[in-house]
Design a protein around this ligand. Structure first.
Ligand SMILES: [Zn+2]
Length: 207
């Protein structure tokens, strides 16, 4: 990874860039999305951003690149100039060796965040695709029910992991680890949910 990118990302959050560049961000960290025609703020923006409308996600460099229609490296140079960050001389790494445990944890947070974002997207798809046709709860597709149950907690988990506050991210990671949530989501993304698979087999047997 280019050291300028690493430097920028460790010193400027997506939210700071948004505020600096005149995008109104609410106290709870919501802004109107710059990736789709967003009438009401649906983008959560903190260290990184995630749009609950169009699912656009990324970091401060992705955000700035989109905002000014720049290539990522141009966006990084603009951020460096606007936030007074001086690029390190070539060969000098921005990463400090003793930080490696923190870096590993940061990577794990990003991996889990990626899973949550994929899952949130799948739930949204299920909610639309399997929306009930009758008020009879018995007939509702399990995927719709799962979407209704999980969408809000998953959205909350995404918000926590987007946070620039390490304590908030740690609390959520501790919770996710204690409940084995990441492995469960991985399984659902790969294999679907057991309730639906079982029902599918029952149907096969009945036929
Ligand atoms: Zn959007």
């Amino acid at each position: 990874m280019n050291s300028l990118f690493t430097q920028i990302k460790s010193q400027v959050t997506a939210r700071q860039a948004a505020e600096r560049y005149g995008i109104p961000v609410s106290r709870s960290g919501l802004a109107r999305c710059i990736f789709h025609d967003d009438r009401h703020p649906s983008m959560k923006i903190d260290e990184r951003f995630y749009c609950f409308g169009c699912h656009a996600t990324g970091d401060v460099i992705d955000f700035t690149a989109k905002l000014f229609s720049l290539a990522p490296y141009e966006a990084a140079k603009k951020l460096a100039a606007d936030f007074g960050i001086r690029p390190l001389p070539p060969g000098q790494s921005a990463a400090v060796p003793k930080m490696s445990a923190a870096v590993t944890e940061r990577k794990e947070e990003q991996r889990v965040l990626g899973l949550l974002v994929d899952y949130e997207r799948l739930l949204q798809q299920w909610k639309e695709e399997f929306a009930p046709l009758t008020p009879d709860v018995e007939t509702w597709d399990e995927r719709f029910c799962q979407a209704v149950r999980h969408q809000i907690p998953v959205g909350y988990a995404i918000e926590c992991l987007l946070s620039a506050d390490p304590a908030e991210r740690k609390d959520m990671m501790d919770y996710i680890r204690s409940t084995d949530t990441a492995a469960q989501i991985e399984d659902i993304l790969k294999n679907g949910i057991p309730e639906v698979n079982n029902r599918g087999r029952e149907k096969d047997r009945a036929a």
